[in-house]
Design a protein around this ligand. Structure first.
Ligand SMILES: [Zn+2]
Length: 334
């Protein structure tokens, strides 16, 4: 309780030189705050609230400033508050505490909610019709070949490129719980020549440091884990892991929310499904998996070839690993 009050006192202190935050709704319990950034890149922005402050971790980060402006609250107060502000802060939350705090909360620097990225150069929303051949190709690839419902284009802010280092791609952005872009998938919409997908570069953001489209996830409901973004379109409350490896971050979040997990990896990933089921089960989670071996195709392909009823049918094929292995063992022994 005491700590909660102190958290809010620090926010009040920040307000005295940063101005009012974007919202003060539920101020006493609020952890994530957005202020106008006083940094050199953004100081002339009006009500952009680029600076995120986490009152629990006492850390801040501006998602626009370059070089990145981030650190502990002490730095922010030192840089932009008065000497008196700094003295007050150290009474409430001594700098020494922040050092030992740092060891405790190692993840401050990599708090995944603070990780953001820019959409690639040349990104144009596909929801805005343009009279170009490339627009038509992009639209046809997404809506006709991959059968993505046009209503998803605005919902997920799907775009495409005609120019730039990631040209000729469909861009499927990911957003964090604050609605900020933190990753994207770039798929070629050209049939020929084949060009690979190009993701954000590793030094920008790594796929394992974010939860793809966490914005749309309700952690209180069962979470489906799928491989790719097109599978994500097919199953509500699904998280694409953009491959077959589940990230440490995702495991942490599943544990934090004590989720029921339903793995729905591609039909060729039986070993990986088995491994991941075992891992998550051993951590105490309630884990199921969807058996797609009879289909010999992944969820997005099932949808594209047979429609949503078949996807619903495939999802009924839900199994629990331990029962499966027991049954198999029994069958072997008979
Ligand atoms: Zn800034």
């Amino acid at each position: 309780m005491m700590e909660g009050n102190n958290d809010y006192i620090i926010v009040q202190l920040l307000k005295s030189f940063l101005g009012n935050p974007k919202s003060e709704h539920d101020a006493l319990n609020k952890k994530q705050w957005q202020f106008n950034c006083p940094g050199p890149t953004c100081r002339h922005d009006v009500d952009k609230f680029n600076l995120e402050y986490n009152s629990k971790k006492k850390a801040f980060k501006c998602w626009k400033c370059e070089p990145v402006y981030s650190g502990y609250v002490h730095k922010l107060v030192w840089d932009y508050g008065t000497k008196e502000d700094y003295r007050k802060l150290n009474v409430i939350f001594p700098k020494e505490t922040s050092r030992s705090f740092k060891d405790k909360v190692k993840r401050v620097k990599t708090d995944h909610q603070l990780i953001t990225c820019e959409l690639p150069k040349g990104y144009m929303p596909l929801g805005k019709k343009r009279n170009t051949k490339l627009y038509e190709l992009a639209w046809n690839y997404l809506v006709h070949d991959r059968k993505v419902n046009p209503s998803f284009i605005d919902k997920y802010q799907i775009g495409y490129t005609e120019t730039g280092p990631r040209k000729f791609r469909i861009i499927i952005p990911s957003r964090n719980t604050l609605g900020r872009f933190n990753y994207y998938e770039a798929r070629s919409y050209m049939k020929d020549p084949k060009i690979p997908y190009i993701k954000p570069s590793g030094d920008e953001v790594h796929k394992n440091d974010i939860i793809f489209n966490e914005n749309f996830i309700n952690w209180d409901l069962p979470i489906y884990i799928v491989e790719g973004v097109f599978d994500m379109f097919r199953i509500p409350n699904s998280i694409p892991i953009l491959g077959k490896e589940i990230s440490e971050l995702l495991v942490e979040q599943l544990l934090k929310h004590n989720c029921t997990v339903i793995l729905c990896l591609d039909d060729d990933a039986i070993k990986k499904t088995d491994e991941t089921c075992k891992l998550l089960t051993s951590l105490g989670l309630n884990v199921f998996f969807i058996d797609l071996t009879d289909y010999k195709k992944d969820i997005s392909k099932i949808y594209e070839d047979h429609g949503k009823e078949e996807v619903a049918k495939a999802l009924m094929n839900m199994k629990r690993l331990d029962l499966e292995t027991e049954i198999k063992k029994k069958l072997k022994n008979e």
